[in-house]
Write a protein that binds this ligand. Sequence first.
Ligand SMILES: Nc1nc2c(ncn2[C@@H]2O[C@H](COP(=O)(O)OP(=O)(O)O)[C@@H](O)[C@H]2O)c(=O)[nH]1
Ligand SMILES: [Mg+2]
Length: 203
Amino acid sequence: MPAGESSFVAGAATPARIPHATVAEIALAGRSNVGKSSLLNRLVGRHSLARVSRTPGRTQQINFFAVGDDLMLVDLPGYGFAKVPREVVDSWRRLVDAYLVGRATLRGVVVLVDSRRGLSDEDRDLIAYLGSLEVPCCIAATKIDKLKRSERVAQIRSLENELPDHALTVCSAVTGEGVPELWQRIRDMAAPLRPRDGRRSEQ
Ligand SMILES: Nc1nc2c(ncn2[C@@H]2O[C@H](COP(=O)(O)OP(=O)(O)O)[C@@H](O)[C@H]2O)c(=O)[nH]1
Ligand SMILES: [Mg+2]
């Protein structure tokens, strides 16, 4: 669970408006309508900190939310919305790229995937891109409450098969399932062991 109060810090629609880096950041990314704002609200225990929209594709800025005094959750604009014009997609890419490549305080990304839909090509591209940048990432399968037991097992298995090297957390912003587990992953990514700490000393 979050330690301390959460608050909206800033929204950046262009790279120049990205706020000065201060504390460890964990970004959330995924297709528009995947449930990112809902999960963010659930994570911080507030109903409407991040706006929940029924009209996908609206958030074209990066939103920064402070959690306590040592963590920032960063809401990246959703992708994969067919009706967004080409210029918007291009400016989204420039913005997100500027953030992902240049952010010294970025410790990891949670990639949200709709449990019913599974991975899209854009999700795969993003995960591969994060790998190439050496940004740690984990997967959150959202809206799990919408699946029947049998569908649930099949979808989880298929995500695990496709991404065997990524931690998967199954979540619902409606029931709260998986939220404590996702917090643990966020905390783990935000405070990584330095490479040496985890190893036995070599002689
Ligand atoms: N059943 C269910 N619906 C959800 C869940 N998360 C989000 N939704 C719904 O999915 C739609 C999109 O959610 P939103 O958080 O705005 O998605 P975003 O575009 O990724 O930020 C809204 O109608 C939400 O109420 C969930 O865990 N379960
Ligand atoms: Mg949203």
